[in-house]
Design a protein around this ligand. Structure first.
Ligand SMILES: Nc1nc2c([nH]c(=O)n2[C@H]2C[C@H](O)[C@@H](COP(=O)(O)OP(=O)(O)OP(=O)(O)O)O2)c(=O)[nH]1
Length: 137
């Protein structure tokens, strides 16, 4: 048990957005840090104090992709991260279906069909969620 758990404090939440369009999931390739560079993840990041999960998903999608999203249901269970945080994923859709996300901070973006979703090199926590992500396509 970590100190935070012992004290009854909730773990810091990292939200991820499972953005689906036309049967494909949007994934982004990390550029840093060195140990994660080249691996794939969902758009997202830490929930800031006073922010809801859904607000964090929308903010991160604006910051990382330059698009506004509509946040839907939870996807899968919370996945513990090595640093004591948890990854919590939400389904999302582009508010403007014609908008084209851009890789603002990442090396690359891809819209993955199911076959590629199974095969790319995800961060370890995201890999746990692959069956849940496939169910969205
Ligand atoms: N955004 C995101 N982070 C993930 C995923 N899977 C996963 O293990 N992580 C980890 C990587 C980082 O340790 C942490 C969040 O990092 P981040 O760099 O995206 O978050 P942030 O923008 O709030 O971070 P920061 O720049 O404020 O430090 O969660 C994922 O699918 N999306």
């Amino acid at each position: 048990m970590t100190t935070d758990e012992a004290a009854g404090r909730a773990a810091t939440v990292v939200v991820g957005a499972a953005v689906v369009r036309d049967g494909r999931l949007l994934a982004q390739q990390r550029a840093f840090p060195a140990e994660a560079a080249g691996l794939w993840e969902l758009p997202g990041g830490r929930v800031e104090p006073g922010e809801s999960d859904a607000e964090a998903v929308r903010r991160e999608c604006v910051e990382e992709l330059g698009v506004d999203v509509v946040v839907g249901d939870r996807v899968g269970a919370d996945v513990p991260l090595p640093n004591g945080m948890v990854l919590r994923v939400y389904a999302a859709t582009l508010r403007d279906a014609e908008a084209e996300p851009r890789a603002v901070e990442h090396r690359a973006l891809r819209w993955l069909p199911a076959a590629e979703l199974r095969e790319i090199d995800w961060l370890p926590a995201d890999r746990v969620l692959v069956p849940d992500l496939l169910a969205l396509l």
